[in-house]
Design a protein around this ligand. Structure first.
Ligand SMILES: Cc1ncc(COP(=O)(O)O)c(C=O)c1O
Length: 458
């Protein structure tokens, strides 16, 4: 008999969870215009709205909070973080930002112009938002398997190389500032990208003289999947794989709130001195001086330590296993979930779960609301609401998948809390045929509407 796996840490401090009833939650979500983002955290029992900035810091990270050097320029906390980022990623230059979208804003201010195209694997919503805001367009080159909920492809985040090459061949010169690979690919379920695929994208980029950038929000989780799923890398350490991945790119943006295991932070890292100079100017305008970029010294110290811990095999193994535990339990209960299970979240297939709710009535949102009312669990819709309208036609974009994402914060919840989530979904699944109608939009913002949308019951 094999010993079961255990988390490689013990709990030193706890935070209590406020309990509530379905009747209370029914009223709260109605008051919030059926938008889960508008709920207060004390109205939520298990909060799986995001894995971003919601993880638990270690004792060593908290120690860094006390050691923070809050000097405006050249603080020791900045130097510590700079050293760690360069060490882990191998990039030559580093610019801190307050979070991932701020890194996108700075980098894209330097590189993206009106009429440009940015091919990549299912760009994240803030990435897409920042690109479209500049009147440029994203081109999704994710492999077809990513949109088949059942296929067991080990790297569903991969780029379709033929599609990418077609784009590179057919797009006028100078209109593609860079290709962007998001590792792991959040939008298609936290699915990893193989090193083989990154290498092939790099060689296409070399062939067509286009830069390659990586959105590295979950780079360490991606490296873990490479280690366990890609033969060539079984005997490589996570840190070696990470180095190899980034050595293929010209630069990266990072939301440190994920694999940096901090509550706030981000950065850009890159190799080109000219791009670094232009980015530095934008960083000063938007984020702050280049040695803090929207972060306090203590945050930079905690991030430096978080990056070291976040790239350790034991931590990553326990992290990914906790996520897949939830996935396995749901699978055992026949709840339709995206497979293979992603790195940071379990995605429920709302189309299979509540097929009677028309997609025009935001079926994944309807399911997420039901999960909240029944059990106080806050997930998030990854479907038509999130896909937003086409910026030109203003028609709703209907994505291939309608999902509810249950994102698992790092080192925050226990296995029994995962069991609670699984059982809640089982209960809803048993009465799923009663759900026949969803929601309509009462008000929406012109961009990134899902954060503030107001809905009414159909
Ligand atoms: C892949 C990816 N890129 C970028 C971002 C944006 O990062 P932030 O929320 O720190 O602005 C996110 C956030 O969830 C993400 O998942």
């Amino acid at each position: 008999m094999q010993l079961p796996y255990i988390e490689p840490y013990k709990i030193k401090m706890v935070e209590s969870i406020e309990q509530s009833t379905p009747e209370q939650r029914k009223k709260w979500i109605e008051d919030a215009s059926y938008n889960l983002f508008k709920l207060n955290s004390n109205q939520v029992v298990i909060d799986l709205i995001t894995d971003s900035g919601t993880g638990a810091m270690s004792d060593k990270q908290w120690a860094e909070i006390m050691l923070g050097d809050e000097s405006y320029a050249g603080s020791s906390s900045f130097l510590k973080l700079e050293k760690t980022v360069k060490n882990i990623t191998g990039f030559k230059y580093f610019i801190p930002t307050h979070q991932g979208r701020a890194a996108e804003n700075v980098l894209f201010s330097a590189l993206v112009k009106k009429g440009d195209f940015i091919p990549g694997n299912a760009h994240f919503d803030t990435t897409k938002g920042h690109i479209e805001y500049r009147k440029a367009a994203t081109l999704d080159c994710t492999i077809k398997d990513a949109f088949d909920v059942e296929t067991d492809h080990p790297f569903k985040g991969n780029i379709d190389l033929e599609k990418l090459e077609e784009i590179l061949v057919n797009t006028p010169k100078g209109k593609i500032p860079f290709v962007l690979i998001t590792i792991t690919c959040n939008t298609v379920g936290g699915q990893p990208v193989s090193l083989e695929n990154i290498r092939s994208v790099r060689s296409l980029c070399n062939q067509y003289k286009v830069n390659l950038f990586i959105d590295g929000a979950r780079f360490a989780e991606n490296a873990y999947f490479i280690k366990i799923r890609e033969k060539e890398f079984v005997n490589h350490s996570i840190k070696e794989i990470v180095k190899e991945m980034f050595s293929l790119a010209d630069g990266m943006t990072m939301s440190a709130k994920k694999d940096g295991i901090v509550n706030m932070g981000g950065f850009i890292a890159l190799n080109n001195p000219d791009t670094h100079e232009v980015c530095s100017n934008f960083a000063i305008m938007y984020e702050g001086f280049v040695t803090y970029g929207g972060m306090s010294g203590r945050d930079m110290g905690a991030l430096s330590q978080g990056l070291i811990e976040g790239t350790s095999f034991d931590y990553l193994q326990s992290r990914i296993r906790q996520v897949s535990y939830l996935g396995q339990r749901l699978d055992e209960f026949n709840v339709p979930v995206l497979k293979p299970f992603g790195g940071h979240a379990i995605y429920i297939d709302a189309t299979k779960f509540v097929p009677n709710i028309p997609k025009e009535e935001y079926r994944a949102q309807a399911l997420a609301i039901e999960l909240y009312i029944i059990a106080g669990i806050r997930g998030v819709e990854i479907g038509t609401l999130l896909a937003d309208r086409d910026p030109i036609t203003r028609e709703n974009r209907f994505p291939k998948l309608e999902m509810v994402r249950l994102a698992i914060p790092r080192r925050t919840y226990t296995l029994s809390q995962m069991e609670y989530v699984a059982v809640a979904l089982k209960i809803i699944y048993e009465t799923r045929n009663n759900a026949k109608s969803g929601y309509t939009i009462k008000w929406e913002a012109p961009i990134m509407r899902h954060f503030s949308v107001k809905l009414t019951k159909k």
